[in-house]
Design a protein around this ligand. Structure first.
Ligand SMILES: C[S@@+](CC[C@H](N)C(=O)[O-])C[C@H]1O[C@@H](n2cnc3c(N)ncnc32)[C@H](O)[C@@H]1O
Length: 258
């Protein structure tokens, strides 16, 4: 019953969610209703599709931009640091689509809440250490030079987002780098927290959260041409997407631990 109330937004809307957030009930419900826990992938699909991305040319272009950006930052960071201690953590690594870019570049780690995803990631990247757990619940035994996450922030409810960045901060080595790619707020309604199961964070909101703990290195629309503040006033709305959601409306946040 609760699942339906949430899905049909009776118990998941902009009037109720800010109240749920005060009592951290948005996170409690979100975690219990997380569909990825029992995700059953179609193994005949590609890693990109299993990770949840289509092959539409416009999506391929966005993904390519993310691959390029991640690689650039990781390689620069690798050059800056000593090679033998270089380690990477992919939060919500899915089937290993992005981890594969870093084969041979340092010690690779991933974590994902879905056991099916981690099974695929382990097969794809046998050299990587992959944990099957909720990021906020897992106790890591090491720190990382670089932490990145693609398409995962949306699954963290607002009452968890401070904990998310606190944990990234705690897990980063001294002056470590974090790169977060996320679909940003693209409607004014997104600022009033209409859906705790899929949160389009406002770039300004995230900047306020990381303020003081991290230095912001870059925070731009993934097309690289503009910076979004509260929400995207010129989003791309496709007729094929549910409620206009698309990774085309996403930003990349690059921060360094202070
Ligand atoms: C859209 S997929 C993206 C996968 C991968 N990052 C990529 O871009 O190819 C989102 C992933 O986040 C994982 N996820 C969601 N909530 C999580 C959590 N609390 N802790 C760890 N992983 C989580 C899901 O299981 C899923 O694999």
């Amino acid at each position: 019953v609760i699942r339906r109330l949430v899905k049909y937004r009776v118990l998941n809307n902009r009037f109720i969610n800010p109240i749920l957030k005060i009592f951290k009930l948005d996170a409690w419900l979100n975690d219990r209703l997380q569909d990825y826990r029992d995700f059953k992938p179609n193994l005949s699909l590609s890693l990109q599709e299993i990770a949840g991305y289509s092959y539409k040319p416009e999506i391929n272009r966005i993904l390519e931009n993310i691959h390029i950006k991640l690689r650039q930052y990781v390689l620069i960071e690798k050059q800056r640091l000593s090679a033998d201690t270089f380690s990477i953590l992919d939060i919500g690594c899915g089937p290993g689509l992005f981890l594969k870019d870093f084969d041979g570049i340092g010690q690779l780690n991933g974590i994902d809440i879905s056991s099916a995803m981690t099974t695929i990631a382990r097969k794809e990247m046998p050299s990587a250490k992959i944990a099957n757990a909720h990021f906020l619940d897992y106790e890591f035994e090491q720190k990382f030079s670089v932490i990145y996450s693609v398409g995962v922030l949306i699954y963290f409810a607002k009452s968890q987002i401070h904990d998310f960045f606190d944990k990234v901060h705690q897990l980063l080595a001294n002056k470590g780098l974090a790169i977060i790619s996320y679909p940003h707020a693209y409607r004014s309604i997104d600022l009033s927290y209409p859906d705790f199961t899929y949160v389009h964070y406002s770039p300004s909101y995230l900047e306020a959260i990381v303020d003081g703990k991290f230095e912001i290195i870059e925070h731009v629309h993934i097309d690289g041409k503009r910076k979004i503040t509260d929400y995207d006033k010129h989003p791309i709305i496709n007729d094929w997407s549910y409620e206009g959601r698309s990774y085309q409306n996403s930003s990349i946040l690059v921060i360094r631990k202070k």
